[in-house]
Design a protein around this ligand. Structure first.
Ligand SMILES: [Zn+2]
Length: 208
């Protein structure tokens, strides 16, 4: 699984090396505006392609971040702390790779350290580095968990993601109150029912 994730990331980076320039993307947005039936040269829309490119740069800034690098700085003076570390309800925004529609959700992350811990802001940055890409929720969940496991090498990692997908809530089947839940449990969270239950209790769930 780990090598699959790395191969996928390499492919994403390779594609980004052939990135079109800003002018080309702005022209593409003007085409979309024309296609809607509106007039891209009217006052309200004249700056829209440039603004849309800047917004997209932010939405997809994750492609230019290396989540494994974010986790490099760890702390080893933890007085033997070896209990679960839990980060609850990290909000994130992403975009689905099938419709480029917004995904809004939260992630719950836990790991059982084996000698070293990482700053909590770093965990949130890993979520953003993967969320700010074109995603499906299953892959986002697995990428966060796999990266934590590979880099920190803790005794276990658990990631639960709950999100609403606008491609479902505002179009298509129009189910506005549906949230999707995905999870990935590794190490102690996968093998030990007690550890898994403790985590689920700490995040206020009885099951996944
Ligand atoms: Zn979608």
């Amino acid at each position: 699984m780990g090598s699959n994730v790395r191969a996928l990331e390499r492919a994403e980076v390779q594609r980004s090396e052939e990135r079109p320039g800003r002018a080309e993307v702005e022209a593409a947005f003007r085409t979309i505006l024309r296609w809607t039936g509106d007039d891209p040269s009217r006052e309200g829309l004249i700056e829209t392609p440039a603004r849309a490119v800047r917004a997209m740069e932010e939405f997809f800034s994750g492609y230019r971040q290396n989540p494994a690098e974010v986790l490099q700085k760890t702390f080893e003076e933890v007085e033997g702390y070896d209990e679960m570390v839990v980060l609850r309800g990290v909000r994130f925004h992403s975009h689905c790779e099938h419709h480029i529609a917004p995904i809004a959700g939260r992630a719950w992350i836990a790991y059982v350290p084996s000698g070293r811990v990482v700053g909590i802001s770093k965990l949130a940055r890993v979520v953003d580095a993967y969320a700010r890409r074109l995603q499906i929720q299953e892959k986002l969940t697995a990428q966060i968990a796999n990266t934590l496991q590979e880099v920190l090498q803790p005794r276990g990692v658990a990631v639960v993601v709950e999100a609403a997908h606008q491609c479902m809530t505002t179009r298509g089947v129009h189910k506005s109150d549906v949230a999707m839940v995905t999870s990935r449990m590794l190490g102690a969270f996968r093998d030990n029912g007690e550890t898994r239950r403790e985590f689920l209790t700490m995040i206020g769930r009885t099951s996944i």
